[in-house]
Design a protein around this ligand. Sequence first.
Ligand code: SF4
Ligand code: SF4
Length: 511
Amino acid sequence: MLQKLGLITFIAAFGLFLGTLSMNNYTLTNEVLEKNLKDEALFDAKIEFASIIDQPYTNSFAFASEVSKGIEALNKVYNAQQAWDKKIYEDTIVSIIKASSNGYLSDNKSLILFLTFGLSIIGALLYFLPSIKQEAGIKNNGIFFNPATNRKWLGMLIGTFLILFYIALYFKPQYIANWIMVVDPVSKFINGGEASRWFMYGFLYTISVLVMGIRYIIKYRHSKYQIIRTLSIIFFQTCIAFILPEIMSNLNLPSADLKNMWPLDYSFFFNYRIDKLITGGTFGIFLLVWGIVLFVVGVPVMTYFFGKRWYCSWVCGCGGLAETLGDPFRQLSDKSTKAWKIERYLIHGILAFAIIMTIGVLYTYFTGSYNLLGFIPTEWLKSTYGFMIGSIFSGVVGTGFYPLMGSRVWCRFGCPLAAYLGIIQRFKSRFRITTNGGQCISCGNCSTYCEMGIDVRAYAQKGQDIVRSSCVGCGVCSAVCPRGVLNLENAETGTRIMLAPEVLLGNLMEK
Ligand code: SF4
Ligand code: SF4
C-alpha cells in the first residue's frame, strides 16, 4: 500500500517536473539583453532581435528556438571575424531565457520545487522504505522479467529520457531553462544567486545519490562494508562535490571539486584554469598543487595499499552515481571475453588520448605554439576530447546507457582515471579478492551482479585470486555470494595467486 502510494507520488511529481517546461510565458526586452550581454555584443543583439523585442511568447520551445537562432546568427559572424570576446555561449542564452520568463513557474518557484523535487524524494522513499521488512541482500526475484531491469520497454524509456536529458544539458540547455529555474530557490539559499545548468545538474545528481543511496543501504544492510562505503559516497558527493565548491565561490575563492582529478578532470591543465588558479592567490596555488599531488602521489600510494576501490567505489562521483542510481541495472554488464577485449583497447586508448591532449595543451601554454610536433593542432585535440569523451562518452553514454549496458559503462570502457588506477592495481597493489573454491556452488550470483562484467564465478571455481585491473572493489560479488566464497583483502603483493590450474579447496589452499 505504502509502496503504491510512493510510486504514484513519484510519477505525479516527475510528470509535473516534465510539465514545468511549458509553465511560463516569455517576453524578450532590451533590459534583459542589457543585463545579460556585454557591450561588445549588445549592440548587435538589439538589431538581431529587433523583430521579437517585447513580443509575448507562450511556448517555451518556440521562444528558446527563436533566441537560439538569433544568437547562432551572431556567433557565425563573430566566428568569421575571430571576435572571440563577442561570442555568446549557452549559459548566457539560458540566463536570457530565464530573465525573459514570467508566469506561474516564475512566480511560484518554491512551491514548484516542493511539488517536483520534494514530492519525488518523498515518493521514492515511501517506495523503498517498506523493503526494510524484507530479508536483506539480493533476491533474484524476477529481475530478468522486469521491463525496467531487462532492457524492455521501461528500461528503454528510462534510457531514452536520460540520453535526451544529457544531450540537452550539454548542448542545448536553453530548452530546459525551466528545469533550471525550478532549483533557483536552492541556489539562492546556498550561494545567493540564480541556478545555472551545472547547479541544477549537481543538485539532481546529489539528490539521486542520496535517495538511491538510502535504497542501496536498505538492500545491502547485511554488509558493513556496503553500508560504510555508501555513506562515504554520499558524503563525498554531497559535501565535497556539491556544497564545498559553492562555499568556495561564495567566499570569492577559486572553486573546485577537491576529489576530482586529472585525467578524469580532463580540463585541469587547460590554460584558463591554470591562469585562474595561479591568479587566485595562495588558495589557488594550493588547489593547483593539490590537484597534481593527488594524481602523481595519491593514486599510486593509495592504490598500492587499497586497490582502485579507494577511489572508484568510495570517493568518485561517477562511481557513486553508478553504485546508487545504477544499482538496479548492474546485472546488465556484458560478461563476454569480446566485451573484455573491447574494454581493454578502449579504456587504455582513451587514457593515451588524454595524455597526448594534455601534453599538447601544456605545450601550447608554455611555448605559445598551437601545434604539437609542428602539425597536431592542440585546439583540435582539446575540442575533440571534450566533445567525444568529456560530453558524449562520460555523460550521454556513461549514464544514459545504464538501462542498456549496466551501471558502469563509463568506468569500464571510458574513464582514463580508471585505466590509470587499474594499471597500478593489476601490477603493484596489495588488493585482491580471494576465493575459497571448495565452497563455491556455482550459483553465478557473483558474475551476474558484477557491474564490471568480470566472470567472478570462473575465478571462484578455480580458487584463483581475482586480480583484475577493472575490478572497482564494490564488494557486491562478495555481498551476494550465499557461501562466503569471496573476500576483498589487502595483503603482501607477492601472495596473490595469479594462476591456479586446479581447484583449491578451503584450508588446503597454499599461498
Ligand atoms: S569483481 Fe566483485 S568487487 Fe570487483 S567489480 Fe565485480 S562485483 Fe565489484
Ligand atoms: S562464488 Fe559464491 S556467488 Fe559466485 S558462483 Fe560461487 S557460490 Fe555463487
